[in-house]
Design a binder for this molecule. Structure first.
Ligand code: GLU
Length: 489
């Protein structure tokens, strides 16, 4: 089995295309096949190197490594269409020689007028076949005179083209609605339908898995396979990824590209797992599974042909799961840029600074959807002490008691120490439960809500004694309590 992902490098990788890449990858990995990455860059106005690089980076970030293709090579390269122009020219020459293709000299204006007349007569627009029966000799003279010409495929009249789509079942088209497609433009650049057939044949692709927006191209491609005498691959057209309103997922729904979801702080394994669940299910009522297990269970036949809805809440749910599984050192690395943006990390992290992050972040990660929210959870740590406090019942007493308990420099570096001190504050103030812990929270974190005190209090005091660790300055619980006691006295 050989499958390919064939993006056009004309922008960022859309999650719908990422899902197409993923389904190809899952199939290849699960069935011991080969996954190919081919760059379809024949649209020279819209294709850019930057976009190709971004797609390559995003696929790598998702962990969808390819076995053959750009950057890694392989036996059937080159894997970038603009480097394969000679193949296309040779194939075009062959079709012309066999009378299966022909030169067309119709100008853009003439074609446009034709289309308008057809639409005005309520006919489906289709090439009228003006140059179809021009003799090769006449065409040769006009070409020799320097007239620009495209090459078209001679589509057989009144025939049915049928194929069994692995996802959608039997699909049939009538050739009478298919105008002779352009194969090669007048500048020698192949059209998508032409290049894709030659490449899939030469790269020995066995299964073409792509978005359903290409389904109407498939009969044209099958006619080309026939014209060359090649056996077509199996086709599987995946339904498009829609927004919650059932319109194709686009900018107005919010984030659409892998890059955007990455920047929003989703982990690659969460995005991969979630995308696999759009229109497919691993079965056994299980949804959160590692990529290799998804691959083991993946069957193209079980992919739904109804449209898949992109649900960011469900992606967030998957992300929470993977954030909890994330190893502390990786979590620290992933969170670092977001903490820097928020001014929580200000310099190069020392080993102690990194150890602090690795100690603190896993607890915080248990209650967030996305990486940037880790910075929200840590806000209390980096709070500037001395912010005005509202005088609520219990606050002055608790502040005074806490300040007294911490006066000798005791640091609340773990849950047990914190609990012991809270117990002594309870004895001193005779406050308990919410009446005790709410004031403690307000005094130490400056807010009425936030992460569990058992997590955030040790995080504060462990950071308070770090110096030149790369972290922003942190006031200790002692400083916080002392200042609050003074302000509330
Ligand atoms: N370059 C095409 C696209 O990005 C590929 C279609 C195909 O897989 O055949 O839509």
């Amino acid at each position: 089995m050989r499958v390919r992902f064939a993006p056009s490098p004309t922008g960022h990788l859309h999650v719908g295309n990422a899902r197409t890449a993923l389904f190809n990858w899952l199939l290849a990995r699960g069935q011991g096949g080969t996954f190919i990455l081919r760059i379809e860059d024949t649209d020279r106005e819209r294709s850019t190197k930057e976009s190709e690089q971004a797609i390559v980076d995003d696929l790598r970030w998702m962990g969808l490594q390819w076995d053959e293709g750009v950057e890694v090579g392989g036996n059937y390269g080159p894997y970038r269409q603009t480097e394969r122009l000679k193949n296309y020219a040779d194939h075009a020459a062959r079709l012309i020689a066999e009378g299966k293709g022909y030169y067309c000299f119709c100008s853009a204006e003439a074609l446009d007028a034709q289309r308008k007349a057809q639409l005005a007569a309520s006919l489906p627009p289709k090439y009228a076949g003006t140059c179809r029966n021009m003799s090769p000799a006449d065409a040769a003279v006009r070409r020799a005179n320097g007239e620009p010409a495209v090459i078209r495929l001679r589509v057989p009249d009144s025939r049915e083209v049928a194929f069994t789509d692995v996802v959608r079942g039997l699909v049939t088209f009538h050739t009478d609605v298919i105008g002779d497609p352009v194969l090669v433009r007048s500048d020698g650049i192949p059209a998508y339908n032409f290049a894709v057939v030659i490449d899939d044949e030469e790269m020995k692709v066995t299964h073409v898995i792509r978005g359903e927006d290409h389904i109407s191209n498939t009969p044209r491609q099958i006619l080309l396979y026939e014209a060359f005498g090649y056996t077509p691959p199996a086709f599987a057209h995946l339904s498009l990824v829609m927004g919650p309103d059932h319109a194709p997922l686009s900018k107005r729904h919010g984030a659409t590209s892998v890059r955007e979801f990455r920047e929003k702080g989703y982990l690659p394994e969460a995005l991969v797992n979630y995308l696999a669940l759009i229109g497919w299910s691993p079965g056994h009522n299980e949804e959160l599974l590692p990529a290799d297990e998804l691959a083991r269970r993946f069957r193209l036949e079980n992919v739904a042909h109804s449209a898949g809805i992109f649900d960011e809440d469900k992606l967030a749910w998957a992300n929470r799961h993977y954030l909890k599984l994330c190893a502390p050192d990786r979590l620290a690395q992933l969170a670092e840029p977001y903490l820097r943006v928020r001014g929580q990390i200000v310099g190069a992290l020392s080993d102690a600074g990194r150890a602090w992050l690795e100690h603190v972040l896993p607890g915080m990660a248990a209650s967030v959807d996305r990486l940037p929210q880790l910075a929200d959870r840590l806000e209390a740590v980096f709070l500037e002490p001395g912010a005005p406090l509202e005088n609520e019942p219990g606050l002055p007493e608790v502040a005074a008691a806490l300040a007294a308990e911490l006066a000798d420099g005791l640091r609340l570096v773990d849950k047990d120490t914190f609990r012991a001190v809270a117990g002594r504050v309870k004895d001193r103030t005779r406050l308990k439960g919410k009446g005790l812990f709410h004031p403690i929270r307000v005094i130490l974190t400056g807010a009425a809500e936030g992460p569990e005190l058992d997590l955030i209090v040790p995080a504060i005091d462990r950071a308070a004694d770090l110096h030149d660790a790369g972290l922003a300055a942190v006031a200790s619980c002692q400083e916080r309590a002392t200042l609050a006691a003074k302000m509330l006295a």
